[in-house]
Design a protein. Sequence first.
Lengths: 484, 132, 445
Amino acid sequence: MTQPGTTGLIFNEPELWDKSREGRCGISIPRSDVPRADLDPALTGDAPELPQLSELDVVRHFIRLSQWNFCIDSGMYPLGSCTMKYNPKTNEVQAARKGFAAAHPLAGDQFSQGALKLMYELEQLLGEITGFPAVTLQPAAGAHGEFTGMLMIHAWHAKQGRQRSKILVPDTAHGTNPASASLCGYKSVNIKSGPKGVLEPATVAEAMDEDTAGIMITNPNTLGLFEDNIKEVCDIVHAKGGLVYGDGANMNAVMGIIKPGELGIDVLHLNLHKTFSTPHGGGGPGSGPVAVVKDLIPFLPVPRVQKENDTYSFITNCPDSIGRMHTFYGHFGIMVRAFAYILSMGGDGLKRASQLAVLNANYIKESLKTTLDLPYDRPCMHECVFTDKSVQEYHISTMDMAKRLLDYGFHPPTVYFPLVVDAAFMVEPTETESKDDIDQFIEAVKAIVKEAASNPEKLKSAPYLPKVTRLDEVAAARKPCLKG
Amino acid sequence: MKSIEELSFPSDVKYTDDHEWAKVEGDLVRVGISDYAQDQLGEIVFVEMPEIGDTFAQGDEFGSVESVKAVSEIFLPIAGEIVEVNSELEDAPELVNTDCYNKGWLVKIKPDDLSEMDNLKDQAAYLEMLKG
Amino acid sequence: MRYLPHTRQDIDQMLAVTGHADLNQLFETIPDSAKTKTGLNLPDALSEWDLNAEMDKLASQNAACRSYTCLMGAGSYDHHIPAIVPYLVSRSEFMTAYTPYQPEVSQGTLQGIYEFQTMVTALLGMDIATASHYDGGTALAECALIALRKSKSANKIAVSNLIHPSHRHIMKTYLGPSGYEMVDIPADKNGLTDLVALKSMDDIAGVAVQSPNFFGNIEDLGSFKACADEKNCLLITSFTEALAHGLLKSPGRFGADLVAGEGQSLGMTKSFGGPGLGILAGTQSMMRNLPGRFVGKTVDSKGRRGYVLTLATREQHIRREKASSNICSNNGLNAMTAAIYMAAAGKNGIREIARLNHDKAVYLKNMLVGAGLHSVYSGAFFNEFVLKAPAGFANKRREIAEKYNLFAGVPLEPFYPDMADHYLFCATETVSRQAMDLLAKEVKA
């Protein structure tokens, strides 16, 4: 089987301002049908020094730039914890509909029934999928959702007439977890996972006290393992008056199989740009809805969407609300895409997606466990974690293997996360990758491990095929050059 | 990363458990991080320094050392007031990698109580800790 | 289902390797007590064609589905978007790419964002800009936190009452658990932030002012800088209409320390309020205090120009609980959108379009004042202004919307309860003279 990566003609392209020529313009200036109105010269500045380019200059520039990028549409991204599944194109068609794209957020409820209905129904769908009675769509990304959830926990405690100072955070947690907790003034207490890679109730019970606001749990966790003691852990935290925050980044493993709301989780965020197929865009925009139990509903951000008979409206009269997280209602354009995806998949489709995501990950785990060191040899969920132990004798690292994978036509898996595993190499194929593509990936990893033994130098200087080789990140950090 | 044998640990300084070193120089004490610490961190890109006049107790965090992928807090070996910071590190943080006991020093302090130096490890004790 | 490629044969072959009898067995490590008994009660899956019909129906329940005249601003602006913008941004390589953590195969995204950062500094007259944030309001809240953390003594920040009310609401939400305080700088009778009131405030970590402010009026940022200097605190300026900087003196010229704003006007659709683009810029000395991602220029092992995410040690994935912000995703694709728009418009295009915005707004104001609405403020404005209407205008406004799909201003009462019958009008380059004349005629009637 030939590997996907190959050579090809791409183009060099300078920075925009190097192509700039005095007098060029790439935009159509609208005709003026009103008199010129002058502004006080004291308030007027010089025209900003933006480059001057023709339309073709701009098109060619960005088309050439695009050719230097790897993307889901060209190849597989087995990035653990990122759920890089296929981004359906019909979702783009839906988001581009004039009624949605041109909608002004302050047009008034009467003139925005389509948008309001979509938001209301999406809240219902996400609530059903996760097992919670209420959802807010306002947070603009996963980390933003975490902050929202933690603010609600903080507000709930304040309403009880107390404030606690600590929050329990497992050692497998994503960095955004303790960072979000810090923003609420909580001190993170590190909880070590047990030898099986999951939380042990005894460890949690030891740390949980009446000065602890709660715990932040990811399930399945970042090792790709189901937190089997989750119900007990939730009970322990609740018994001491704490709340359980659920990081739903890994929801892709369990749709239709578990509902976080049934396990004792009080507040959960989702990543629409992971589980629900909205595009990553090279770093956003994403969307991080938050689902809550009944007791936390009063604290949800405003405005909330309300349905009365067949009419939808925004309500702002929520005295216990934490406030506002976004200027308007959240990333509506992303909501449209996720909504279209859920409607396209249906309940059976989503469950199927989770089953196949888990099948794909287990298949890779079994196929590579004799090639790469597998620290937790147990059934995994939608992702599995390896280390570089098996190639260390050749002085090859996870980083070297990752860079060499690029030459084979694959984006590397997540590397050096989670921190509990040394030199982690975390693989999440998602359900949209076929057996054929996964077999190619497995073959590539095996070939690279062979190369590590026979020709380690080759890996150390990889990659060779992309437009640039390894970049000097040290220089970039010592003498930052952040603009041209 | 190097093995312990390949690193250097001069005998004329004292060491902390967190891999800082301290050296008495007249009325002042000069502070830095050990060869082991800089080797573990990798190529250093930035050193976050305290301000002159800041005071700290023994073991207080007084700054941090950053590589591309990691940040390490640094803790003051003995209590004192910062009287000088190594301004060369602003343009050349790599001095901490290449010459951690001399040109790569971090701060000079006016110590509160020189006897606190007795709490620190000498060369032999520090080596033993590293090997253990 | 077309997104799921597995055939029966694929599944059987794979299960043979994993050692499970069927797909359900893959979940045997999950205790039965944890598994859901309720299943997913969702509508049946729709074909692409039925989905189109459903979504078409929903979209048509928004007034924006038909051609409409938008004279509303207040943080979301109607601007012409050149065809090349959605065309280029919809490239798979930009849209379906991941965050550029593996720079060798992400140079397209990285150079694009580097160019975005550069053009933002040119637009705002500042030294550095981040790779973007969620929106103007959250970027502003981050700036407030920077100022408050930097200050050794003050735990208060002075915030103009004429900053977009939702931006102030976000700031209040963000500051909630921290114990930091927001002190309101009221508006004066000219619809500008009251400098005199600010002068009497002490122990503040920073001053935050929006220009053009929520009422559309242009603030005297020079005086605010002087005041901030006297009080030895930071000046934070903000904006909701990025195009204003095509015409007005930049915040950098006035010595702003931090600038936060909304970039939606730079090529993004309004999309019912999101996703937009949070812009954050600062002076050189603020570099390590700014949250979020940065793209930096460097070289590869062969000395060729390249770009990487840099200064990542400030971020959550390294600092964890000590990170200054928890931000992970930015609004990457929208930053690319803004870069493409700014490249296409260029120095002269952005100037022309900004001037046209101002011309249209001045014309609209004159027409409406001529039709019987009252001018409230007399100072300079960019493309938004406040008018007071006679009682009953609310009904007329709704009728005009229903009849002509023309949206005449945003009512201010929900934002400022003592401003009943006041409306915030906006005219951009998209509004025709015809439409403005029509509105004036209807208002007069």
